[in-house]
Design a protein around this ligand. Structure first.
Ligand SMILES: [Fe+2]
Length: 190
């Protein structure tokens, strides 16, 4: 399987960041680049598309050596979802396979988190998160009988960031570092 499309995306997003853009430029132009990547579903190597029977998987596809960005394949098995969580950096999400449901949350005066919206992400579509535009959400596989996959791009090495999961009702937060499901990354020059 050719990873040329992924290499083209890595080059495009790196060139964009090299111009020191403000965040709104990253979110708009980065999403346009990501939309090109997820416009076709013929480039993700199978090893980075495998669901796990118990929990969703985060496969690192690429990380910038200076931690300016990371690219991750998220694979949800049937019925799997994330907890309510934050990212503490900008993030771009592009649907590649299946159908995901994102529920956004906002912190309330009493410290709890209230769901403020819900949207489906289909293959080819993109969305974004960040502390500036809304950083707390939950993502679920909306399909009961097959995996869903999305490609995520973050402004840091997301698997190494100390961030939070939340109990929406009580507002209680727990620190976590997600890590990655795999010790290898795709060969961009295959
Ligand atoms: Fe997320």
């Amino acid at each position: 399987m050719s990873t040329e499309k992924l290499l083209n995306f890595v080059q495009g997003i790196t060139r964009l960041l090299d111009t020191n853009p403000d965040e709104s430029t990253i979110l708009s132009q980065g999403q346009a680049l990501l939309a090109e990547l997820v416009a076709s579903d013929d480039w993700l190597p199978d090893a980075f598309a495998q669901p796990h029977p118990q929990h969703y998987q985060q496969y690192l596809l690429y990380a910038d050596p200076l931690d300016r960005l990371s690219i991750v394949s998220f694979v949800w098995g049937p019925g799997q979802k994330t907890p309510v969580h934050d990212h503490l950096t900008w993030g771009l999400v592009g649907g590649l396979r299946g159908r995901e449901r994102e529920t956004t949350y906002e912190k309330q005066a009493d410290g709890s988190y209230k769901a403020t919206g819900s949207a489906l992400l289909l293959p080819g579509q993109t969305t974004a998160v960040s502390p500036a535009i809304g950083d707390v959400h939950e993502v679920a596989n909306d399909l009961p009988d097959q995996p869903s996959i999305s490609i995520h791009v973050y402004g840091r090495n997301i698997g190494r960031v100390h961030r939070h999961v939340f109990d929406a009702v009580s507002g209680a937060e727990k620190s976590f570092v997600s890590g990655y499901a795999s010790d290898v990354v795709p060969n961009l020059w295959s």
